[in-house]
Structures are given as C-alpha cells and as structure tokens.
Design a protein around this ligand. Structure first.
Ligand SMILES: Cc1cc2nc3c(=O)[nH]c(=O)nc-3n(C[C@H](O)[C@H](O)[C@H](O)COP(=O)(O)OP(=O)(O)OC[C@H]3O[C@@H](n4cnc5c(N)ncnc54)[C@H](O)[C@@H]3O)c2cc1C
Length: 317
C-alpha cells in the first residue's frame, strides 16, 4: 500500500488505522518503521543550503546543489558525513567536516580506525574541525557561513548534515508498547505485546554479546534490518529463535574500502596484519582472548579524480 501512512494501532481490536481513516485487521503485526534524520537545531538551520541525506529525494536535491556549489561544510563525522565528504571532495568541492567528538566515527569504530580514516580524508584534501560544534548558520553575500563554538566562521554554499537519526517509535508509544531508545524487543524481537514484533532501525534490543544488565541499543544497518526481520518472521511462525547475528558494516570513503564485523567496544587487546601504510590491512580486536571485531581495508581502490589528489599518496601509520 504505497503512499499510505499508518496512524494508530488499536491493540484491543488488533487493527491499524491508516491516514485515510481505513482500518486493517491483523493477527500479527511487524513494526519496521525505521528512523528519520536528526535535524540541526540552531539559528539558520532551515536555510535552503542545508541538506540532509535519508531518501532518494534528499539525494537528488543534494546532487542538484553540487552542480553549482564550490565549498561544502559537512556537519557530523559519522559514516554518512564522511561518505558525503569523500563524494563531495571527489566532485571537486572544498570540504570541511565539523565533528563534535575528538575523533571521527567515535560512536562506531575503534580509535585506530578513526585515525586511519582521518588520515585518509586529510590526504584527499578534506579539512577536519574536530571537537567543534555548530552554533549558527548565517546568511552571507555569497552563500552561508557556519559559525562554530570557537567563534570560527566557515563560508560555504552547501551544508550537509549527518548527525544521526531518531527512531520512528510514535506508533508503538501511542499504543502503550515499551519504548526506550527504540521500540524495546526481547531476544526473539517480540515487543511487550506478544502479537507485535519490531525490527530494524526502530527496534532496541540487548545484543547477545552485551554484558548482563546492559541497556537496550539500536543498530542502524542493512544487515541488522535483514537479520532481525528473519528472527521476527520466525517469531510470527511460532518458532522462538534468538537474534544472534554478528553485526557487519562496510563503508567506501576516499580510496579506502572499509569492512568490519563484530563490536568495536570493550576490547583489551588487538593485532594488526598487513600494511596500514598501504591501506591493505586487517585489525583484530579481542576481549580476554576472544575475537570481538575484525576490521579490514582492501586498499587504495582508485585515486581521487580531483586534480590535487590525482597522485597516489602513501598514508602514515
Ligand atoms: C544515506 C544513507 C546511507 C546508508 N548506508 C548504509 C550502508 O552503507 N550500509 C548499511 O548497512 N546501512 C546503511 N544505511 C542505514 C540503512 O539504510 C538502514 O539501517 C536501513 O535502511 C534500516 O532499514 P529499516 O527497514 O529498519 O528502515 P527504513 O529503511 O528506514 O524503512 C522504514 C520505512 O518505514 C516507513 N514508515 C515509517 N513510519 C511509517 C508509518 N507510520 N506508516 C507507513 N510507513 C512508515 C518509512 O517511510 C520507510 O520507508 C544508510 C542510511 C542512509 C540514510
């Protein structure tokens, strides 16, 4: 039912109310409502030079803007921000990434990976403003200026914001399901109502690898959405399978193809294979001798098409 929004869940009658007033009955209900972008909340944030990246219309608007833009500020040094920065740089724009944390990918990657990615971006001409927050966006004669919390003004004609997402939990909360950082599900991805499962970006769960007592968390990846959906389907069919998939993620940035499987926190030992200098390496992270995370880069794929980046440059380990 495309272009149809579910507005309410009536758990007593086991019905969904749609935006046009129609009602759909269910025996089992799967909530896979995903997430929406977190918006920048500062003066000037609604300027039309400010872009987000979640769906196809967002991407088309951004591509259109890059036809004339020369200087971009990317707010957020997570996967979305860094991939956007690498693409914009490849298109020949001057790019500055503003990140509130002291390192990029702080939420999702180990410090060593952050350093490797920071060096890759710097090597390709991306400027990094780490540990800085955006406080305002000003309308100036030739575009906008992004004001940072240290008083700096970054002039640009395009701002791309990648500061995370908010789970779409309103349907669940509206019918009294347990919601914390997302729609709370158990090991079989069932919500607090046994006839309703939730999966993907909107669902919060305590992963099997978490020490006991840890709070539920959400994982935002295609792998997690697909694998949780399988567990949800099993639950609907009456098979109590626990969700135990190993999370994995990939990212193409600059000339590096980064792949990781496992969890990036809680390690107390690590090993390196290959050459970080050449961008061809594997990093293994262990907790008490057990492998937690494998991260690999398959090397410098291509050189950047931007004139000043056309010579392959060796990284520094
Ligand atoms: C730019 C970008 C790049 C990404 N790159 C990667 C990557 O390289 N690798 C990776 O693993 N992940 C990546 N991700 C994350 C990945 O896209 C998400 O984790 C994944 O799409 C989550 O799937 P989902 O089905 O849970 O949610 P979604 O894909 O967000 O789907 C949810 C759907 O529910 C619909 N919906 C919400 N509320 C309602 C309602 N009330 N009624 C009807 N419909 C509703 C929404 O319109 C949406 O279509 C990326 C995300 C973005 C934005």
């Amino acid at each position: 039912m495309p272009s149809t929004r579910a507005l309410r869940i009536d758990r007593e009658r086991k019905e969904i109310e749609l935006h046009d007033g129609a009602r759909v009955a269910y025996d089992h209900l799967a909530l896979t409502t995903g997430a929406r972008v977190r918006k920048l909340d500062c003066k000037g944030a609604s300027h039309d030079a400010v872009h987000y990246l979640r769906d196809l219309p967002d991407a088309r608007r951004l591509v259109e803007r890059t036809r004339t833009a020369r200087r971009a500020v990317v707010v957020g040094g997570g996967y979305i921000g860094l991939e956007a920065a690498a693409s914009l740089r490849q298109k020949g724009l001057d790019v500055t990434v503003v990140e509130a944390e002291a390192r990029v990918l702080a939420r999702v990657a180990s410090p060593s990976i952050s350093v490797i990615m920071q060096r890759a971006h710097t090597r390709h001409g991306v400027s990094l403003a780490l540990g800085r927050k955006v406080v305002a966006i000003h309308n100036v004669a030739d575009g906008v200026a992004v004001e940072l919390d240290d008083g700096a003004w970054l002039s640009c004609d395009l701002v791309v914001v990648g500061i995370g997402v908010l789970p779409n939990t309103e349907l669940a909360a509206g019918c009294g399901l347990e919601v914390a950082s997302g729609i709370v599900v158990d090991a079989c991805v069932r919500t607090s109502d046994p006839s309703i499962v939730a999966a993907g970006d909107c669902a919060a769960f305590v992963p099997y690898w978490s020490p006991a007592g840890r709070a539920a968390c959400r994982i935002e990846s295609v792998q997690n959405a697909n694998d949780m959906a399988r567990t949800a389907a099993a639950s609907i069919l009456g098979r109590s399978e626990h969700y135990r998939a190993v999370p994995w993620f990939w990212s193409d940035q600059c000339d590096l193809k980064l792949q990781m499987a496992g969890v990036s926190t809680g390690f107390n030992d690590f090993a390196v294979r290959g050459s970080v200098d050449e961008g061809k390496f594997s990093l293994f992270y262990f907790r008490d001798g057990r492998l937690l995370l494998w991260t690999a880069s398959t090397g410098h794929k291509t050189t950047c098409s931007h004139a000043s980046c056309s010579q392959p440059v060796r990284g520094q380990a």
